[in-house]
Design a protein around this ligand. Structure first.
Ligand code: SAM
Ligand code: TMP
Ligand code: ZN
Length: 414
């Protein structure tokens, strides 16, 4: 039998122009962060969410690009500071940059995708010169209200060059959960090349392909997550644009990430951690299409198991609600066909998501009080990456007999 993925015409890699071979089709999907007003569901935007790998540079990427203005705008609802674990994570990173990189006279740090200022607030508190790029004006205003300097704009070659001309070079350019959102990596790297000081560092952290494959966390794949990076693919991209991967940190946040440290070619000596992670990836055959096809098969199994469990619970008259109206959950609900018939509502702390409907499947979003006022029998943990934080604060739910449903790394109930 012919594998349908084999007959899909390859698209050109956004990094190197090589052939991208599709290995997973997640179907028709809406904008993952577009929460709809209940009386305005017509005309919803959909696209085909499929993911492939470049045969030349091994970069894992979407085969279709959603226009950036449809995703990042005034109403972009994601506020980074909603998680206490993430607040601590970024405060720690800011301190590390202040202690190790921002130590010269008048240091300058630029952040790509500063959101509500979760990281730059600590830099501002330390009195260090900084600038955040944030095109989503709603969250940018929240950062500005904290005293963080923000340019409400996309970081790319032109805007970065303007900053270089007006403010000089940056010692650090940093991005968290943003580089993987940017298909036009070439323009970003040219911008970094224009703006970064000769011995500066370009640091970014994003969900790690190794964790996505190991945990079958296919919900890391959605419109905003255009790339899924590995050390191998980042090293290849860095080299292409005149940079070098000089250090890596494995991070536990967001279900498993890697922080990549890039410097200009020859400016710094690569650490042993880089060689170690590259060797690990080789041993795991992370760059092999066969590995990614096996991952795709596991995704299908999770879809079938989750749908079967929810359908059975529903038939037994159990109540099930979702916890965390994450962007990731758009992939899960739309791929698995999970609507309000199976999950009554999703609770979420984000005011801009509440009293709206989830993208595509139109499940109502309610504030956390809707959860605590009348506990359901089961809670489907869409925000599984915040499991520790959420389970700690929702102990009463379990004490009342409630149970969590997780689908990473496989469907299970705790
Ligand atoms: N850094 C924060 C964090 O880790 O929680 C925010 C991450 S959020 C998932 C991604 C952010 O990147 C959004 O706020 C979005 O508006 C912003 N963004 C998207 N494209 C960008 C670009 N080209 N330049 C700067 N920011 C961008
Ligand atoms: P994220 O996985 O992309 O960070 O999104 C997490 C979502 O879950 C976000 O909409 C906020 C929500 N959330 C809660 O509702 N309660 C919580 O305790 C946490 C940590 C997040
Ligand atoms: Zn490529």
């Amino acid at each position: 039998m012919t594998d349908p993925a084999d007959v899909t015409a390859p698209v050109a890699c956004r990094v190197c122009g090589g052939d991208v071979t599709e290995f997973l089709d997640l179907g028709r999907q809406p904008l993952s962060d577009r929460f709809l007003e209940p009386d305005r569901t017509e005309g919803e935007f959909f696209y085909r969410l499929a993911v492939g790998q470049c045969a030349a540079c091994r970069m894992v990427q979407l085969t279709e690009e959603v226009p950036r203005d449809l995703m990042f705008h005034e109403e972009y609802p994601y506020h980074s500071s909603g998680s206490s674990v993430m607040r601590e994570h970024f405060a720690g990173l800011a301190q590390r940059l202040l202690d190790t990189e921002l130590t010269g006279p008048d240091p300058f740090v630029v952040e790509i995708g500063c959101n509500d200022g979760i990281m730059l607030k600590a830099v501002q508190d330390a009195g260090v010169r900084h600038l955040g790029f944030e095109p989503s004006s709603g969250v940018a205003k929240v950062a500005q209200a904290k005293g963080v300097r923000v340019r409400t704009d996309f970081f790319e070659e032109a805007t970065a060059s303007e900053v270089r001309a007006a403010e000089g070079t940056a010692d650090v350019i940093y991005a968290a959960n943003t580089m993987c959102h940017i298909p036009y990596l070439d323009s970003v790297f040219k911008g970094v090349d224009a703006l970064l000081s000769p011995d500066g560092v370009f640091v970014f952290e994003d969900p790690y392909l190794g964790d996505v494959v190991a945990k079958t966390s296919f919900d890391q794949i959605y419109d905003e997550h255009f790339f899924v990076f590995s050390a191998g693919s980042v090293q290849a991209a860095a080299e292409r644009f005149g940079f070098e991967l000089v250090d890596v940190d494995r991070l536990p946040v967001h279900g498993g990430e890697v922080r990549y440290w890039l410097a200009r070619r020859g400016a710094r000596t690569p650490s042993e951690a880089v060689a170690r992670l590259l060797a690990e990836e080789a041993a795991q055959q992370l760059g092999e299409l066969a590995t990614l096809r096996a991952f795709a098969a596991n995704v299908t199994a999770i879809r079938d198991d989750l749908k079967a469990l929810l359908t059975r619970l529903r038939a037994e008259g159990r109540t099930v609600v979702g916890y965390g109206a994450t962007a990731k959950s758009a992939t899960v609900t739309n791929f698995c066909g999970i609507g309000p018939d199976l999950v009554q509502f999703v609770c979420d702390t984000t005011p801009d998501k509440q009293n709206r409907l989830t993208p595509g499947m139109h499940i109502p979003v309610r504030p956390p009080t809707a959860f605590s006022e009348s506990y359901p029998d089961y809670a489907l943990l869409f925000a599984w990456n915040h499991a520790e934080e959420i389970m700690a604060k929702e102990q009463e739910f379990q004490q009342a007999g409630g149970r969590w449903i997780l689908y990473v790394p496989e469907v299970h109930v705790v």
